[in-house]
Design a protein around this ligand. Structure first.
Ligand code: NAD
Length: 378
């Protein structure tokens, strides 16, 4: 298959969809890989490394879209890319269609095959191409929290791990999923006293078994949250209710109960945030203060560490990309239900329920599309 990797052009996006190691793997199976010049620059991969791995460099984004059967990207195409997309071209990237009708309509009009990273789903309902970014954001939440606890950055002026003779900071983590678990590991590793809250008792049992002794678990409810926020230095919001807005576990009035300089890192900001006073911020201007409480609410936290994020993402996407390239998207989706669930828009039809529901568009059964495609091939 002919694979194209354009340079990401969305504002502040430094990740790239394929590393030189990924090129080597695809080349091993005889695929041809075209990479746009400087595509890996933001993540620290030089053109020479791609060339050494067997890629062919192309000077412009137009060249890449014109030649490729499968485009591998990180972010959804932006308006200036719509016209470059060809009918039947396979696009393997994050789309988040439900948040943009314009993008959905553009992809329907183009007749492209859109396989969205975020809806690739395992039989156990986990989302293997979202997990790596949650892992990055969870670990980063504590790194950023520790930084903003410093006095010059308006924090309480407390070191997470304390020092001998001085007690460590208290860290509260709301939600013990992927983000929460990674945040807890980081905070515990730095020596903080950590509490993880979740509504799932089964999850709390599991966390209680695997976490070090400086991590305690607690049922998430309003009473417990109100008690804990009075004595916590860093609070990480890591709640997710799939398909819904995050619940406001910390409300406006609760800020008054916190000590001045407490830091809130609301990782769940991309789902509306689990802290009422949270609104999305950027890496250029990540924090703001309300009632002497520092709010860090960057909606794309992994963007600040593109080297790690690119490697984490491509570790997860490459096995799927190989299947798509080796078998063609139709056969790969017939053989692998994870990939089949990634199909959102095919040949002018919406095949993913969440997208059809979001814009009141007709839903085509994805199996029908795959059968139709199979007949066309025969
Ligand atoms: N800001 C960013 O850059 C960034 C990056 C990655 C992920 N995220 C977001 O982080 C959030 C968490 O992602 P995740 O992968 O850890 O999800 P996850 O599904 O693995 O974990 C969510 C956890 O929240 C728990 N939960 C639900 N309701 C709760 C409540 N009322 N109180 C306490 N816990 C509750 C669930 O039981 C689950 O364990 C999501 O909103 C995700 O989109 C943001």
């Amino acid at each position: 298959m002919v694979i194209g990797v354009p340079k990401e052009i969305k504002n502040n996006e430094n990740r790239v969809a394929l590393t030189p190691a990924g090129v080597t793997e695809l080349r091993k199976y005889g695929h041809v890989v075209y990479v746009q010049v400087n595509a890996g620059e933001g993540s620290g991969f030089e053109d020479e490394e791609y060339i050494a791995a067997g890629a062919i460099m192309l000077p412009t984004i137009e060249d890449v879209y014109a030649i490729a059967e499968m485009i591998m990207k990180v972010k959804e195409p932006i308006a200036s890319e719509y016209d470059l997309i060809k009918e039947n071209q396979l696009l393997f990237t994050y789309f988040h269609f439900a948040s943009s009708e314009e993008l959905t309509q553009a992809m329907l009009a183009k007749g492209a095959v859109c396989l969205a990273y975020e809806t690739v789903e395992r039989p156990d309902r986990s989302l293997p191409l979202l997990v790596p970014m949650s892992e990055v954001a969870g670990r980063m939440a504590v790194q950023e929290g520790a930084k903003y606890l410093e006095k010059p950055l308006k924090g309480r002026g407390i070191l997470l791990g304390g020092v001998p003779g001085v007690k460590p900071a208290n860290v509260l983590i709301l939600g013990g999923g992927i983000v929460g678990t990674q945040a807890a590991k980081m905070a515990a590793g730095l020596g903080a006293h950590v509490t993880i809250m979740d509504v799932s008792l089964a999850r709390l049992r599991y966390l209680s078994d695997i976490m070090p002794p400086n991590v305690q678990t607690m049922m998430s409810n309003e009473y417990n949250i109100r008690e804990m926020i009075k004595v916590c230095d860093l609070i990480v919001g890591a709640v997710l209710i799939p398909g819904a807005k995050a619940p406001h576990l910390i409300t406006r009035d609760m800020l008054k109960m916190m000590r001045a300089g407490t830091v809130l890192v609301d990782v769940a900001v991309d789902q509306g945030g689990c802290i009422e006073t949270c609104h999305p911020t950027t890496h250029e201007n990540p924090t703001y203060i309300i009632d002497d409480v520092v709010h860090y609410c960057v909606a794309n936290m992994p963007g600040a560490v593109p080297y790690t994020s690119t490697l984490a993402l491509t570790n997860a996407t490459l096995p799927y990309a190989l299947q798509l390239a080796n078998k063609g998207w139709q056969q790969a989706c017939r053989d692998n239900s994870d990939l089949k669930l990634g199909l959102n828009v095919v040949d002018g039809k919406v095949v993913y329920k969440g997208v059809a529901d979001a814009f009141n568009l007709p839903l085509t059964d994805v199996s029908t599309v795959l059968i139709e495609e199979e007949q066309e091939v025969q």
